[in-house]
Design a protein around this ligand. Structure first.
Ligand SMILES: Nc1nc2c(ncn2[C@@H]2O[C@H](COP(=O)(O)OP(=O)(O)OP(=O)(O)O)[C@@H](O)[C@H]2O)c(=O)[nH]1
Ligand SMILES: [Mg+2]
Length: 532
């Protein structure tokens, strides 16, 4: 199993990711089991299924020699000058990537790979510096690793086996964890059989009194190999138990992942298409009053155009009617900064428009949920429960923030307006002239001033009638052009309003839907990784 399938750490990481993605989204019972399993797995298991065994003890007790004997080669140099070993060494049986990560985590850089040996595969053996070292860094290193390893093998020698420092500092605090401790009396080759027995009995009694009655005690000789078989068998037993626990955990993860996979659908198909998006934008534009605003833009532009180009004598009456855009609180103070924009006075959407929005949102949601399992469709329904009020608010701001076009009068309209004034002045001149003639006639003086004529018609009459007629005609000709401009401006405003509504559609409706689909995708990828 080791090496071919992803290590437990990867499975657990994938399971954790799946649970994180599903958290607060999926309401399914399988998630509870997954959470329970993750809690059980804990941090150490996540680093692999290796069993870390450390050889600890006083300087000269023979840790490095024992380590080399178990490793089958001289990995750690034993020595005469004490203390010899300054940094921890590791021998790894059946190493894989996870073991490397584990040793990184343990911060043990010196590593030796033992050839595969089925009984011990998964064993990581550490040779530690001396626990009671005269060198502080040795003591700190031992203290650090003792906290992290799975099994501690205390290596004692016949001279110092009762050393109070070892017992008080390391052995006694582990009394509650007899299963993680193993005591070895090394160098028994230096004792005769009777002395060895006496020494062992004494040490056994000492351990029992310290509350370590369950802790195995082995007599070995790293030099001659006595008792090493027994020590190996003990380690093999622990490695197998550990592996079995890890296998069990891996099987549990697979089981949970299979259950979670029930809420996965193969990718492909589904998703909100162009048609649903357009339907949404149309419905929301209707609800936001875009048609009313567009009509108001047309009326407003027509009004100002007529005011600019109309007959000056009746022009002012136009100004008496209010600007339709101003009535909606639109058309001024517009800008790109949506937040700073004032609200409009558009009437709230009617029942028909609201129904249209509901229908369009549902259609989009159905499209987004197509091909997704029920649990995710439920989540989609919860997420895209767009609050009507919030949507109306966003839409109103979007409309208020849309630039509906500049309010200025175009040059040609100004020119026509100027011409209109000129014609009015001409007519006025004619009228005044005629008035002067009437006054002169009253005083019988009209024959004194000669009256110029054009083609037989008196010039003042011509000026008055011609000016008035030309003005009316000019207003008539300008009218369709003003209408054309108003329609074009309304069309452009409509496009901008639609674009603004589309942003709302994207942010308020489609983005949350896409997020759910993305969540489903991530969830399924993680579940597949966890269950492989
Ligand atoms: N007779 C005998 N000597 C041993 C045995 N094991 C180790 N020695 C000797 O004891 C001395 C110390 O051995 P090391 O393995 O360096 O001891 P250590 O515990 O690693 O010492 P530090 O690294 O300083 O903590 C060496 O000279 C070894 O040859 C054994 O089983 N029998
Ligand atoms: Mg050593």
């Amino acid at each position: 199993m080791r090496g071919r399938t992803p290590p437990l750490a990867d499975r657990l990481a994938a399971l954790r990711e799946a649970v994180e993605v599903a958290d607060g989204r999926l309401e399914v019972p399988e998630l509870g089991s997954a959470r329970g399993l993750l809690a059980k797995a804990g941090a150490r298991e996540a680093l692999g299924d290796a069993t870390v065994v450390a050889l600890a003890g006083a300087t000269g007790s023979g840790k490095s020699t024992l380590f080399n004997a178990l490793s089958g080669s001289e990995v750690s140099t034993p020595g005469i000058r004490r203390p010899t070993t300054g940094v921890a060494h590791a021998t790894v049986w059946g190493a894989d990537d996870a073991t490397d990560r584990l040793l990184d985590w343990l911060q043990v850089p010196r590593r030796h790979r033992h050839p595969p040996e089925p009984a011990l595969d998964g064993l990581v053996l550490l040779d530690l510096p001396d626990h009671d070292s005269v060198r502080l860094e040795h003591r700190l290193e031992v203290d650090r690793l003792v906290q992290l390893v799975d099994v501690l093998v205390w290596v004692l020698d016949p001279e110092k086996y009762a050393d109070a420092a070892v017992h008080e500092r390391y052995v006694v605090p582990l009394a509650g964890h007899a299963g993680v401790l193993l005591v070895v009396l090394n160098q028994v080759d230096r004792l005769d059989a009777a002395a060895a027995r006496a020494c062992l009995a004494d040490l056994r009694g000492l351990l029992d009194r310290e509350g370590l009655a369950d802790t195995p005690l082995l007599a070995v000789s790293a030099r001659t190999g006595t008792g090493l078989g027994e020590l190996r068998a003990d380690l093999a037993k622990r490695v197998t138990a550990r592996r079995a626990a890890t296998d069990r955990l891996a099987a549990d993860v697979r089981g949970v992942a299979t259950a979670l996979a029930a809420h996965c659908a193969p990718d492909g198909g589904g998703g909100v298409g162009r048609a649903e998006r357009e339907q949404l934008t149309d419905a929301l534009a209707d609800a936001a009053g875009v048609p009313a605003v567009t009509a108001a833009v047309e009326r407003s532009v027509r009004r100002s155009g007529t005011a600019a180009t109309g007959w000056p004598l009746v022009r002012w009456t136009r100004r008496l009617r209010p600007d339709p855009l101003e009535r909606l609180h639109l058309g001024q103070g517009t800008g790109d900064d949506g937040a700073a924009v004032a609200r409009t006075s558009l009437p709230a959407a009617g029942a028909v428009q609201r129904a249209g929005v509901t229908r369009a949102v549902r259609a989009a949601r159905d499209a987004a949920g197509e091909g997704l399992p029920q649990a995710w469709r439920d989540e989609l329904r919860r997420t895209v429960e767009v609050s009507e009020e919030q949507l109306a608010d966003r839409l109103d701001r979007a409309v208020a923030g849309t630039d509906l076009g500049p309010p200025r009068t175009p040059l040609w309209q100004r020119a026509v307006g100027g011409l209109q004034w000129l014609l009015t002045l001409v007519a006025l001149a004619g009228a005044l002239w005629l008035l002067a003639l009437v006054v002169l006639g009253f005083f019988q003086l009209d024959d004194v001033v000669p009256l110029p004529r054009v083609e037989g018609l008196p010039l003042p009459t011509l000026l008055l009638v011609g000016g008035l007629l030309a003005g009316a005609l000019l207003a008539l000709v300008a009218r369709p052009l003003v209408g054309l401009r108003a329609r074009r401006r309304a069309r452009r405003a409509e496009q901008r309003l639609y674009a603004a509504v589309d942003v709302v559609v994207q942010e308020e409706v489609l983005a949350p839907m896409a997020e759910v689909r993305e969540g489903h995708h991530r969830y399924c990828t993680a579940v597949t990784r966890a269950g492989r």
